[in-house]
Design a protein around this ligand. Sequence first.
Ligand SMILES: *Cc1c(COP(=O)(O)O)cnc(C)c1O
Length: 370
Amino acid sequence: MSGDFLALAQPGVQQLSPYVPGKPVDELARELDIDPARIVKLASNENPLGASPKALAAIREALAELTRYPDGNGFALKTLLAEQCRVELNQVTLGNGSNDILELVARAYLAPGLNAVFSEHAFAVYPIVTQAIGADARVIPARDWGHDLPAMLAAIDANTRVVFIANPNNPTGTWFSAEALDEFLQDVPASVLVVLDEAYIEYAEGSDLPDGLDFLAAYPNLLVSRTFSKAYGLAALRVGYGLSTAVVADVLNRVRQPFNVNSLALAAACAALQDDEYLAESRRLNEAGMQQLEAGFRELGLGWIPSRGNFICVDLGRSAAPIFQGLLREGVIVRPVANYGMPNHLRITVGLPAENSRFLEALSKVLTRG
Ligand SMILES: *Cc1c(COP(=O)(O)O)cnc(C)c1O
């Protein structure tokens, strides 16, 4: 007799569904039997610009040392980040993507019997890292698609160790103000770690979104996580970071894999961080593309959730699944969000102007076809 290795998995893991990534371009190209170059992918909040030429040059240079282990302490990148983020070197934790930071937090601070609080329609990785540890996920109903911070506060109990909040949130694009964040941080018990996920914060510069870094000094229970996957255009390399007190960073460092960020990622992230031009162009392109998509939705009579990220959820007013399928047949990949409790929405990543047009034309066609 063989063991039932699903039933033998710890209960939290049995209840998990695997993360569903955006459909890869090559996969759809095979299915439709067309050239991958004809496919538009607006499904994973990737930067449509392509990586910064400076990052690419840094990678080429780093190739010469591929036989060596990477700098396990990420000294060069941490130095740059500490400078730019106005913190000390020992407050920076590097991750294999910022997902890695979220997982380090869960592994260090959660356990069976403890819980993490986060919102409905929030990032799919929060339940994964929480339940993988055997801790309880406390999912708080959203308000107008965004985080209901007072309700999240009320849900914190003696067993809560972590609260995950995202600003802006993915997939909804919703955000909260500096005042709302400050009020929340004031009231969260000092023994609960607040993880403020700012994966898209670079897109929100100059807007009414707070800069999480402004709150680090006042709140020792705050960790801000950020990434090079979105505005910095390095999603494939997997590099992100956390900023916290030195104590929290020390704890995370104890559970971190020794070489969690590879040399090419370290080199590219250093270069990207210093490429202001690339970041400015990413922002400009995103703002223009967001307007283009909103104008297109307006023309089609569709509603949407206002977003501060590089993506937007359009409301189709009925099941989005057949429309997603129709778009695939047109060679356009977007992201269904039914698994986030949003069956009538599709999430569209802001692309290049021509990609946005292709998507809007395909959407119009699929909608008219019925
Ligand atoms: C994309 C995203 C991340 C970043 O993931 P990486 O592991 O850094 O690629 C983190 N949080 C949210 C909410 C995201 O959407």
